[in-house]
Design a protein around this ligand. Sequence first.
Ligand code: FEO
Ligand code: CA
Ligand code: CA
Length: 643
Amino acid sequence: MAKDFRAMELSNESGNPSIHEQSELSRRALISGGLSAWMFTVFGSTTSFAQIPSPQTISRLGFKGIAADSLDRLVVPDGYTAQVLAPWGEAVGVIGNMPAWKLDGSNSAADQAAQMGMHHDGLHFYALGKDRGLLVMNHEYTDDGLLHTDGIKTWSAEKVLKAQAAHGISVIEVELKNNVWDMVRPSKYARRLTTNTPFALGGPAAGHPMMKTAADPQGRMVAGTLNNCASGKTPWGTYLSGEENWAFYFDAGKNLDAHQKRWGLREKGLYRWPEFDTRFDVVKNPNEPNRFGWVVEVDPMDPTSTPIKRTALGRAAHEGAWVAVTKEKRAVVYSGEDARFEYIYKFVSRDAIKEATATQTKAQVNKELLDYGTLYVARFDADGTGKWLPLVHGQGGLNAANGFADLGEVVIKARQASDLLGGTKMDRPEWLAIDQVSKEVFCTLTNNSQRGEAGKPAPDAANPVTNNVMGNVIRWKENNDFDATTFAWNHLVFAGDPENERLAAKPRPVKTGAATDIFACPDGLALDSRGVLWIQTDAHASQMYKGELKNIGNNQMLACDQATGEIRRFLTGPTNCEITGCTWSDDARTMFINVQHPGETASDRSDPEFPDKFSNWPSGVKGARPRSATVVIRKNDGGVIGA
Ligand code: FEO
Ligand code: CA
Ligand code: CA
């Protein structure tokens, strides 16, 4: 049986399998309240949402929506072309080291360390001039059944090294020529950051006793990053990447302490790395897990720079991190923790963002910006307002008597600190998107079928759906500026299929009549330069094509015109993939997204019908391994995407 953390996550997540077998399964797609929902009294006035434009009738969505699809192909609207770029295994273009991809999975670990990693996720574009730039992207996890020639029939130190080399982050250079984007190889910028690349620690946990190991007695340098999920681009030109399901990589033995249990460590992890890399054996290296779960910052323009884990932003199963700027030019970093009943955070920098100097780039002068500031956890109250609760040592019971010796311990134990402060336990916060003008922040809550189960948190105002398998998008508006400690919130949309509704999902929020294409499990989220909100989905393979997801088809991407409330389907992906990551060229005429884990399945890779029964994307060749890849989307007339 292939070990697949996504499958395990889902089986844990599902909790009660009977939920999936009820005859009246499902959820509805609806916009709750629309614009009028913002016009309630907040902070003693009704003016908080005055910046939101009046409802419009002319849609900003200029493409013809497409149907749901269940075939092993990628579909975009009429008038658009999609092109595959940089699939798993392509050489990234390191000068003097460009190993060719081998169809049979026989590339070595050393080859893989110079090739695109597996399972592309968050990505951003960094312009290097007209029609040229860098794409920086995450590689979330590996499917070892696909990665090695004989899959997981045997296991070895080389396989562990290859898997570690297929994780992490890639920096590639790309260029548009004759209407086609291609990789520039070799490139002085091309770079792989893997689970064995040195990462520095910054912020209050750097050098902390809980971060020290035999290999790093100072507690200031970590070997690598892993399970990098979503990404953010900072106004100073760096890349932020979240370390998400890091706990699954460790074997923690039988005697877990309270801290280890709270962070989801288990006797046995999922990847068999500890058999050949004792760093992931928690009994031998009890502090190693504390060194993962951070937001990491990379300066892609400086290929010699050391990436840094920003501990001031708090430790979590971080999906990603996104930056807003206050009127005083301080950075506010929003992040969520994609785990059931965990939290949404924001960090407000102490200092203002500085401009570049004659000798230093903006990234270089802001190198310590994210090491000093205040971390908050969100509390969503039933009246539609909310509060940001500070994770400050010495405040709110965050003291030595309660297990927090100093600020370092507060950020390392951010979950325990948030428990104590009373943050709201959310339905798996995934991506966030920030409207810098309206001060609205959007967050996908992908699903949480354990919501309301016996012994689990009950539905609440922000997470109102019992056994929430379809997910929703929540939004809030900060009171005056992004560093506010209060906000107002409501839901943008609840995912689901009105024709295939599950009665058990009650109570349902209010609906409006907005036209909405059906989708499930929102995950990726991004605002384009026109203010259109792009929503990407990640329903798990084991749930798709049946029950309440029967009519929803493959994972997809949709565009939401917030002004009209309409959500229109723009793209459908191949079989059992997820669609993730969304970035644009500076002229908004090219969109880059990622297709992750086409052909993902909970079944054994030794299935004689694998991969053909599942996916051969993108090659379409029978017998070919499916490969995650970046997809470039252009309008045939060269116009702005979505307009
Ligand atoms: Fe890696 Fe939360 O998706
Ligand atoms: Ca995700
Ligand atoms: Ca997801």
